[in-house]
Structure formats: structure tokens, C-alpha cells
Design a binder for this molecule. Structure first.
Ligand code: DX5
Ligand code: ZN
Length: 228
């Protein structure tokens, strides 16, 4: 698939940022050309790790961050935190269907609160989760690692899943972002874009480098070349 003409977004995951200097890290990555800030919320229950909550999102807004904040909820239950994150200034809120008792209700709640809803599919979560939900969503987030940690290797079978979701989104006729999360680097982002993704989460590949702008530039070149 050609990558020409699509509007690509790169979403650095602050999971790999220096938390002691979080405001400055977010400023730097935005100045380096990031399109939105990916905010990983883990609860030591749905996933085996514990990270940051709505207070940190609110603190970034108060600090002056105006870029979209892409909240990825890896928590169970989901709904209480949706309300807290909407109040804290989230732009996008995505959740895992396995973590919500009532997926349609959670999607509706996110939208009612003025945020843009996304559904996250783990590597082994089947695409039928998009039956009866895709028409309510603004974002599908495909996990290309098992959720819980940064720095894992990209699972190659995700490429076929991206192609299948791209077909479903195109067939729906709606504008739905197709985001991929986990193990994305300058070396594989072209192939991920060519498979049909338009939004790329990258944590360790960006925050593990010294020059964020150089990584973002290389990623954009690789996206334009489409993995060839
Ligand atoms: C994993 C998180 C990812 C993670 C990506 O559970 O959802 O957003 O931070 O990190 P990298 O890019 O290092 O795989
Ligand atoms: Zn994430």
C-alpha cells in the first residue's frame, strides 16, 4: 500500500521518558516534532506494572502542554478512570475491551465527556471486537507487544492485523485513526505504515536516543519510503 497522502502522526510514549523531568521531556519531544503525547496508564492488575494516573495528566496541562494527550488505559475496571482523565485534560482515551464489562457504555462515556474514544486490541485479541463498535470509535489501537512494559520486540504478525483493520476502516467510510503500539523503531516503521497504520507509538526508540528530533526525522523518512 502506498504511504502517500495519509496524515501520519508520531506519538512518543512518555513511559520511557525521565519522570523526574517529565514537563521538560514533553516540551523537548514536542519541539522535536511529535504530534501527540502517548500516556500509558498501568494498574498492576490488568497489566503487571504500575505507572501514572490522572494527577500527572493534569500536571502536564497545568505546566502548559497544549498538544493532544493520547491516554492508553491498561486498567480494570475502566469507567471511573475515564471520568478522571477527561477532567484531567485527556484528548483521546483508549481502553482494552477485556477490561470493561460494558464496552459500548465505556465508549459512549468517553464521548459524552468530550474525549475521542479508542479500542485497544492485544496481540491475541480477535478483530471481531470491532463488530458493533467500529462505528462508534475514532481510533483503533493495535498492540504489537503484550501490554505492560516498554522496550519489547515488535510481534511481526501484527502487520497482517494492521492490513485487515485498515480494510475494515476504509470499508466503514468513517475517519478512524489506526494506531500501533509496541516495538516501533526507525527500522520497522516504514513497513508498519505500508500495512496501513497512520499513528505510531514509540517509547524507547525516541526517549532512549539523545537527539529526539533526529529519530523523529528518520521515522518520517521511513514512513514516506513505506518500508522499501
Ligand atoms: C506497552 C505500552 C507502550 C510502550 C511502548 O504496554 O503501551 O506504549 O510504552 O514502548 P516501546 O516503544 O519501547 O515498545
Ligand atoms: Zn501504550
Amino acid at each position: 500500500m502506498s504511504t502517500a497522502g495519509r496524515n501520519y502522526w508520531i506519538a512518543p510514549s512518555i513511559l520511557s521518558a525521565d519522570f523526574a523531568r517529565l514537563g521538560a521531556e514533553v516540551d523537548s519531544v514536542l519541539a522535536a516534532g511529535a504530534d501527540l503525547i502517548h500516556f500509558d496508564v498501568m494498574d498492576n492488575h490488568y497489566v503487571p506494572n504500575l505507572t501514572i494516573g490522572p494527577l500527572v495528566c493534569e500536571a502536564l496541562r497545568r505546566y502548559g502542554v497544549t498538544a493532544p494527550i493520547d491516554v492508553h488505559l491498561m486498567v480494570k475496571p475502566v469507567d471511573r478512570l475515564v471520568t478522571d482523565f477527561a477532567r484531567a485534560g485527556a484528548t483521546w482515551i483508549s481502553f482494552h475491551p477485556e477490561a470493561s464489562e460494558h464496552v459500548d457504555r465505556t465508549i459512549g462515556l468517553i464521548r459524552e465527556l468530550g474525549c475521542r474514544p479508542g479500542l485497544v486490541l492485544n496481540p491475541a485479541t480477535p478483530l471481531h471486537c470491532l463488530d458493533h463498535t467500529l462505528e462508534q470509535l475514532d481510533l483503533v489501537l493495535l498492540m504489537s507487544v503484550n501490554p505492560g512494559f516498554g522496550g519489547q520486540a515488535f510481534i511481526p504478525s501484527t502487520l497482517a492485523k494492521i492490513r485487515a483493520v485498515r480494510e475494515r476502516i476504509d470499508a466503514s467510510g468513517r475517519e478512524v485513526r489506526l494506531e500501533v503500539d509496541g516495538g516501533i523503531k526507525t527500522t520497522n516503521i516504514g513497513a508498519i505504515a505500508a500495512a496501513g497504520a497512520d499513528t505510531f507509538v514509540a517509547g524507547s526508540a525516541i526517549f532512549g536516543a539523545t537527539d529526539y528530533a533526529a529519530v523523529l526525522r528518520s521515522m518520517r523518512v521511513a514512513i514516506a519510503e513505506g518500508g522499501v
